[in-house]
Design a protein around this ligand. Structure first.
Ligand code: WTA
Length: 656
């Protein structure tokens, strides 16, 4: 563990408050028999197979799990279709007229799609994609705002067996192009734009710039979200088609779902790692759906009467698993909101909760800290009595934020589930079961049934309770990502080589307390967590050095009250470039242009040199020490110890 986390660990381990679910919550919960933990750990395959049996399969599997470390297959031989399970299955009975998606646009417009509506739209979109030449196995890139066409396109892709790759609408043209090229998408689905904090996000303009550098792209489908009067876009003849035209070209109608192998690729989702470009994690069909389905049912306790809202963006894995696939596989009602939490006012979320009578809310620590700062008066203006369960994901939640969430949003009554997982894990891995677990604020509590994590030292040996170490997972689970798209080696290298090939390394540090509760301590590698979003230091550094004035750059995460971590960049300018305030501004903007606004560094520090070891490795630990105002650690391996003094002076000079 890095030394800077020491203080936090001690603080967290002194947390003694506990919260039990109420008897009424427990008795109504989807899962309330604690014996489930024993059953799942004694026979994980039997456990998962039983759950898989709750979904619809065209053909049953031959083997539940086929493990050849690190490679694994789940439900091999089985055939199913995710879109069938999320849509068709529900229109056979009374859910046909139930709301599947309640959508609210930022300007206040709304669309409510019943399962029957969703069925019709997914079928039409699937036929449209086929007419545009998309075949089973082809990749489709999706670059859309949070509008219903986003889940519709995902489900349409799943229906015809074309893996999708959703790219977050906040990413730049360069980031989009990299992702399109990496997965080789031949169709891009985008929109003329979306709304964010009252302004227009020009997605089509960005996509136009991206596809200048993506030779594979044959067609671009454009949803009209804004309209000509708000933001006109250029349509390129032969390549671009409007969604509303393309969808009507056929006569709508039914699109037979493909009967897909359980291991057929469902989607590719890019996430930052420790090296170079983001990697495309591949999720497949059967195992992923089982994981998303069951965790939604048990951790989020989704029931038919619920109005459930996950506030994430579908551009991230949380949205994939817990706005789209998990809730819809359960036949739940899922709320989708397009815009910002403070538009038109800081009570927008609570206004939505009240008007829609949201019962289960799944949000993130960074959002909660923002609400705390804005003040409880924005919450108190609204009746939130519909809420019965709260969830959180994305980064460690500090106990104070957990308690605030429960007190102000959950009336001091509802359970709060903190859920630890990753793009790679596909579904929740650690997080209590709200009808069973006694929660401790700040702890993700226990592994989900059937999941076997451990906390180990550098040799891979379990550490005693109370001690910190690396968080690993000892056995495969159905929703694990199967590989890095097009790069098996990188997958093995990144996740299965720190210890032995049967041990999955998460990249996180954790501690288990005396009661066996897990306390997550953040990344132990060069990945930052900025407001719940993953960014690699390498990616940020490459963006900085791509600027003509930069010779070298080192990026670190520094603690930040709202965002959890913020980006601080140490930059050595080229030759005779003057380090000015304007240049710092330009560099911040440059990174935002290259990657996306979420990557914009909070601070830039110019330095004539970076502290390096004799083997030319940048000593980030020392930069972190300087940035966080700690006594600088051992510098004896530095080539030139005076470098650090210079940086420190600079740093102190710029600190307000
Ligand atoms: C962090 C998001 C502590 C962690 C689903 C992980 C968390 C990374 C939690 C994955 C949590 C996520 N407590 N840390 N409840 N949830 N993390 O891939 O560092 O965007 O490795 O997936 O976020 O981020 P990702």
């Amino acid at each position: 563990m890095s030394e800077e986390q020491g203080g936090t660990i001690e603080g967290l381990l002194n947390e003694t408050r506990t919260y039990e679910p109420s008897a009424s919550f427990t008795s109504a919960a989807n899962i309330n028999d604690p014996d489930v933990y024993r059953r799942a750990s004694e026979d994980p395959e039997g456990f998962w197979a039983e759950i898989a049996g709750e979904l619809d399969w065209y053909e049953k599997w031959n083997t539940v799990m086929d493990w050849n470390p690190p490679w694994v297959k789940w439900f091999d031989g089985g055939k199913l279709n995710v879109s069938y399970n999320c849509v068709d299955r529900h229109i056979k009975g009374w859910r046909r007229t139930k709301a599947a998606i309640i959508w609210e646009g930022e300007p206040g417009d709304e669309r409510i799609l019943t399962y029957q509506d969703l069925y019709r739209e997914v079928n039409q979109a699937a036929n449209m994609l086929k007419r545009l030449g998309v075949e089973k196995g082809d990749r489709v890139a999706i670059y859309l705002p949070m509008i219903p066409e986003l889940p519709i396109t995902m489900l349409a892709c799943a229906r015809i067996g074309a893996p999708h790759s959703v790219v977050f609408g906040g990413f730049s043209p360069d980031s989009l192009a990299d992702r399109i090229n990496d997965c080789g998408a031949k169709v891009v689905v985008t929109s003329d734009g979306g709304y964010r904090r009252g302004s227009v996000v020009p997605l089509k303009d960005n996509a136009d710039r991206a596809v200048e550098n993506t030779p594979n792209v044959e067609k671009m489908v454009v949803v009209q979200r804004l309209g000509r009067h708000v933001h006109p876009v250029r349509m390129r003849t032969g390549r671009d088609v409007w969604w509303h035209d393309a969808i009507q070209a056929g006569n709508g109608g039914y699109c037979e779902p493909e009967q897909l192998d359980s291991e057929h690729p469902l989607y590719i989702l890019y996430t930052s790692g420790t090296t170079g470009k983001p990697k495309g994690l591949l999720h497949t069909t059967g195992g992923y759906l089982v994981g998303a389905y069951l965790t939604s049912k048990w951790v989020l306790d989704l029931k038919d009467e619920d109005i459930y809202w996950c506030t994430a963006d579908i551009g991230w894995v949380t949205g994939h698993s817990y706005i789209v696939y998990g809730p819809l596989a359960n036949g739940a009602t899922t709320v989708m909101y397009e815009g910002a939490p403070d538009y038109p006012d800081k009570d927008r979320f609570w206004d939505i909760v009240e008007r829609r009578a949201v019962t289960v809310l799944y949000s993130a620590p960074t959002a909660i800290r923002g609400f705390m700062r804005w003040g409880a008066e924005h919450v108190e203006r609204h009746d939130l009595s519909s809420i019965r369960l709260l969830g959180t994901v994305g980064e460690p939640i500090n106990p104070e934020a957990w308690i605030w969430y429960r007190e102000h949003i959950g009336r001091n009554e509802t359970p709060v589930v903190d859920t630890w997982w990753q793009t790679e894990t596909g579904a929740v891995m650690i997080g209590g079961l709200p009808g069973i677990t006694t929660m401790k604020p700040g702890s993700a509590s226990h592994p989900f049934p059937g999941i076997e994590p451990d906390v180990v030292d550098a040799q891979g040996e379990s550490v005693p309770l109370g001690q910190g170490g690396f968080l690993i997972i000892r056995k495969p689970w159905p929703a694990i990502s199967r590989t890095v798209w097009g790069d098996d080696e990188r997958y093995v290298e990144q996740y299965f080589s720190k210890f032995t090939p049967d041990i999955y390394f998460t990249g996180d540090g954790a501690r288990r307390d005396e009661d066996g509760y897990y306390w997550l301590m953040g990344r132990v590698d060069d990945v930052l967590n900025i407001a719940g979003h993953r960014l690699g230091t390498m990616e940020l550094e490459s963006a900085l050095v791509s600027h003509p004035s930069v010779a070298e750059a080192a990026v670190i995460g520094v603690s930040h009250d709202l965002k959890g971590q913020a980006v601080a960049a140490f930059v050595t300018p080229r030759g005779n470039v003057e380090p000015t305030w304007d240049l710092a501004e330009e560099l911040r903007q440059h990174v935002a242009d290259k990657i996306g606004p979420i990557a914009r560094p909070d601070r830039i520090y110019f330095t004539a040199e970076l502290p390096k070891t004799r083997s030319a490795k940048i000593m980030r630990r020392l930069l972190r020490d300087v940035a966080e105002g700690r006594v600088v650690g051992d510098t004896t391996t530095l080539t030139d110890p005076s470098v650090l003094e210079d940086i420190k002076k600079q740093y102190e000079g710029t600190e307000e």
